[in-house]
Design a protein around this ligand. Structure first.
Ligand code: KIV
Length: 273
């Protein structure tokens, strides 16, 4: 049983996350992609559920997040929203739906909001996508930024290694974070950057930072659900803490079922009509 002390009933909003930062209350965020898992995660007291484009990896079996389409993200987000009552639901904007053109970015974000009923969108990048973010914000759609390792740019980086270890990239990241705060983003994901840099960014801006592989100095943490539940055992970066070993649990349950079917033990008379 969880020992967390969250207010289990009060709906989480973007404003509430900013209040939480002011009070020094940490923010818990986890990904989900379907109704049933979203319901379990929401009932446990999660603050934010991210419908991540990591669905491309953990749901669709792709090696990158790039193939994800807007229709697929909307399908996942719609299912998550149906299972969620309290948490704020944020949906990733997929690769290719916002980078090139602010009007197209707005059209994509409006589709996500109208069709899935998610409450905010997340977008990867800083100065390069400023106009697209501003256009979306101008329509009253809350935007969560995402800096550091931005997986949609994997073909540019060529590696999933830690970002912003050098001064030049770190200074650009700090400038981008301040810019995202200034134009009106409500929060910011910091992925795979040195802990000291993430702490510095978190202290320099008033909107909450949510870290993944960014140390303990951020205002909250996010993990990919399949990784932290041990469903996806092939992925073991240093930053990942596993809270369950569901692949072993599932394998054992499924093997047991197979044995019972093969031996004729299932179904027994009490399981029959
Ligand atoms: O897509 C995703 O799951 C994400 C998190 C890793 C932050 O963007």
């Amino acid at each position: 049983m969880s020992t967390n002390t969250v207010d289990k009933d009060r709906k989480v909003t973007t404003m509430r996350l900013i209040e939480m930062k002011r009070r020094g209350e940490k923010i818990a965020m986890l990904t989900a992609y379907d109704y049933s898992m979203a319901k379990l995660i929401d009932e446990a007291g999660m603050d934010v559920i991210l419908v991540g484009d990591s669905a491309s990896n953990v749901m669709a079996g792709n090696t990158t997040t790039l193939p994800m389409t807007l229709d697929q993200m909307i399908y996942h987000a719609k299912s998550v929203v149906k299972g969620t009552q309290r948490a704020l639901v944020v949906c990733d904007m997929p690769f290719g739906t916002y980078q090139g053109n602010p009007i197209e970015a707005l059209t994509s974000a409006v589709r996500i909001m109208k069709e899935s009923h998610a409450e905010a969108v997340k977008m990867e990048g800083g100065a390069e996508i400023r106009e697209s973010i501003e256009r979306i914000l101008s329509a009253g759609i809350p935007v969560m930024g995402h800096l550091g390792l931005t997986p949609q740019s994997i073909n540019k980086f060529g590696t999933y290694a830690v970002r912003a270890k050098e001064d030049e990239e770190a200074e650009k990241l700090i400038a981008d974070a301040k810019m995202l705060e200034e134009i009106g983003c409500f929060a910011l994901v910091l992925e795979k950057i040195p802990a000291a840099l993430a702490k510095r960014v978190s202290e320099a801006i008033s909107i909450p930072t949510i870290g993944i592989g960014a140390g303990n100095g951020t205002d909250g943490q996010v993990l990919v659900m399949h990784d932290m539940l041990g469903i996806n055992k092939g992925f073991s970066p240093k930053f990942l803490r596993r809270y369950a070993d569901l692949s072993t649990v599932i394998n054992s349950a499924v093997s047991h079922y197979i044995d019972d079917v093969k031996t004729g033990d299932f179904p027994n008379p009490s399981e029959s009509y």
